[in-house]
Design a protein around this ligand. Structure first.
Ligand SMILES: NC(=O)c1ccc[n+]([C@@H]2O[C@H](COP(=O)([O-])OP(=O)(O)OC[C@H]3O[C@@H](n4cnc5c(N)ncnc54)[C@H](OP(=O)(O)O)[C@@H]3O)[C@@H](O)[C@H]2O)c1
Length: 255
């Protein structure tokens, strides 16, 4: 999908971090971006910065299938064909080992990272197939492949995303729909703040002495996947900060 082949791209988790940056870059290229997230005020800000294309707000919780469908249905009948879906909405809650974790945190991660991704996919796949040039980019994580203490259920939800991406490839054979998975390492977004339940100080300390990835780094990877020619399917991209050679085994550079 190049900027010459404009269409609609749905980005979940568009109100912050990777999703926000990806939305802005796609709109700059002239695409119509259906931006999904729960925070309406954040999406309204994005609409103001639409660039050459346009950003349309779809305020919904991806865990709520009916609300998601209603939010998408408000816009889809008036949009160009849906050529892309960036399944990015996700979160991690808690950092403790399994024996001290909260079941509610596990439920929220599973319902969002797994259930939400399935909801957007189920609702949009028919349109992606109908466009004849659909492309799904799922945001996984290096946590899916490299365990770290406290990653447990979050890592498992991302392993689901990686495996589902491969399974989708086989199911979608012959439809022309491409499926890519991007596995980022540590990136500075609101991710840590959410994980630490709004404790900004603790979230900031996670990056002490480390140069993490930025949202721009991941948006660039998403756009690169989407802009490959139709005969090329990028299956998986794993991207880590140079300071993070393995899982959370960080090289902290203290002066
Ligand atoms: N940052 C990292 O180090 C890192 C590394 C590897 C993978 N990832 C993955 O990258 C993705 C994006 O994370 P990020 O780093 O950009 O974090 P972020 O800045 O916290 O952004 C997360 C986005 O997901 C949305 N979201 C969360 N729950 C949602 C729900 N129930 N319904 C709709 N939207 C929801 C949030 O929007 P609202 O709160 O407005 O709904 C927000 O827009 C996630 O899947 C995350 O697991 C992050």
């Amino acid at each position: 999908m190049s900027s010459q082949e404009l269409g609609t791209v749905v980005v979940s988790g568009a109100s912050s971090g990777f999703g926000r940056c990806t939305t802005l870059r796609l709109a700059e290229q002239g695409h119509t971006v259906l931006a999904v997230a729960r925070r309406a005020d954040r999406l309204a800000e994005l609409v103001e910065q639409s660039g050459a294309g346009q950003v349309l707000p779809a305020v919904a919780d991806v865990r709520d299938l009916e609300a998601l469908q209603n939010a998408l249905d408000k816009h889809l009948p008036h949009c160009p064909p849906v050529v892309g879906l960036v399944n990015n909405a996700g979160l991690s809650r808690g950092f403790g080992p399994m024996h001290s974790a909260k079941v509610d945190d596990w439920r929220q991660m599973v319902d969002t990272n797994v259930g939400g991704l399935l909801h957007t996919t189920a609702l949009l796949l028919p349109r992606l197939i109908a466009s004849g040039r659909g492309h799904i980019v799922n945001i996984g994580s290096i946590a899916a492949s490299y365990p770290y203490t406290g990653g447990n259920v979050y890592a498992a939800t991302k392993a689901f995303v990686h495996q589902l991406s491969l399974s989708m490839r086989t199911d979608l054979e012959g439809t022309g729909v491409r499926v890519s998975c991007i596995a980022p390492g540590m990136a500075r977004t609101e991710f840590a703040l959410v994980r630490y339940e709004g404790d900004q100080d603790r979230a900031d300390h996670l990056y002490d002495g480390v140069s993490p990835l930025s949202a721009e780094d991941i948006a660039a990877a998403v756009l690169w996947c989407l802009s490959r020619p139709p005969h090329v399917n990028v299956n998986l991209i794993e991207i880590m900060p140079t300071d993070q050679p393995f899982g959370l085994g960080l090289t902290r550079r203290h002066a």
